[in-house]
Design a protein around this ligand. Structure first.
Ligand SMILES: [Zn+2]
Length: 211
């Protein structure tokens, strides 16, 4: 019976530990996470020029992003999107068309792409349009295996224009920014199609010293 009770308790999307009744009420960005995860939450968002991330890709945030990449069942997307919405409103970022960085073909075959899911969740929460203005052109080498210079070369020509979408400036949406090669290539293709790019909205920024 205790086992069945446990199955009905909500679990922390960050670490799967059960959220026990009687835990202090959770507020703000941290609502569905357990206390341990909330304490690991990055204290400040990370902004680099016009690129805005929830924090650095390390610690709890890295753990949650990795869970989010696995698929929709982790439940981690909703709280992360809530937190991003809060940061976007706090920074008073202007409205824009949310454009997910498209999945590689390999990932598309797996049927779940965190950047696309995130763009949809943000569109729902902010009431901004989401449009697939970019498409992958060719199969590319896996970016994660490459260094900074190789990433830039590998991404060149990786995208082409996708659907037309609603008018107005765009925000690129991605899960993790590493060197920025993917985002600058996406930005370039959008700009060449006459679309102004405001910047990018990201879950996490890889620590810069890693490159
Ligand atoms: Zn947790």
């Amino acid at each position: 019976m205790a086992f069945l009770d446990a199955l009905l308790l909500p679990a922390c999307p960050g670490c799967s530990s059960l959220l026990l009744p009687g835990q202090p009420s959770l507020a703000g960005d941290f609502r569905p996470f357990c206390r341990a995860c909330r304490e690991e939450w990055p204290a400040a968002s990370f902004t680099l020029g016009n690129q805005h991330a929830l924090g650095l890709y390390e610690g709890a945030l890295k753990k949650w992003v990795l869970r989010g990449k696995e698929g929709p069942s982790s439940g981690v997307l909703a709280p992360l999107a809530d937190a991003m919405r809060a940061r976007i409103l706090k920074l008073e970022l202007p409205r824009g068309v949310l454009v997910p960085v498209p999945a590689s073909l390999e990932r598309r075959r797996r049927g779940w792409h965190l950047a696309e899911a995130l763009a949809g969740s943000l569109a729902d929460r902010l009431g901004w349009p989401r449009a697939d203005l970019l498409r992958r052109r060719l199969f590319r080498k896996k970016q994660a295996l490459l260094g900074a210079q190789e990433r830039r070369l590998n991404m060149r020509g990786a995208f082409k224009r996708g659907r037309r979408g609603p008018p107005g400036p765009a925000w690129l949406v991605d899960d993790v920014r590493t060197t920025g090669a993917t985002l600058s290539e996406g930005s370039r293709v959008l700009s060449e199609s006459g679309r102004r790019v405001r910047g990018s909205l990201l879950l996490a920024q890889a620590p810069l010293q890693a490159f």
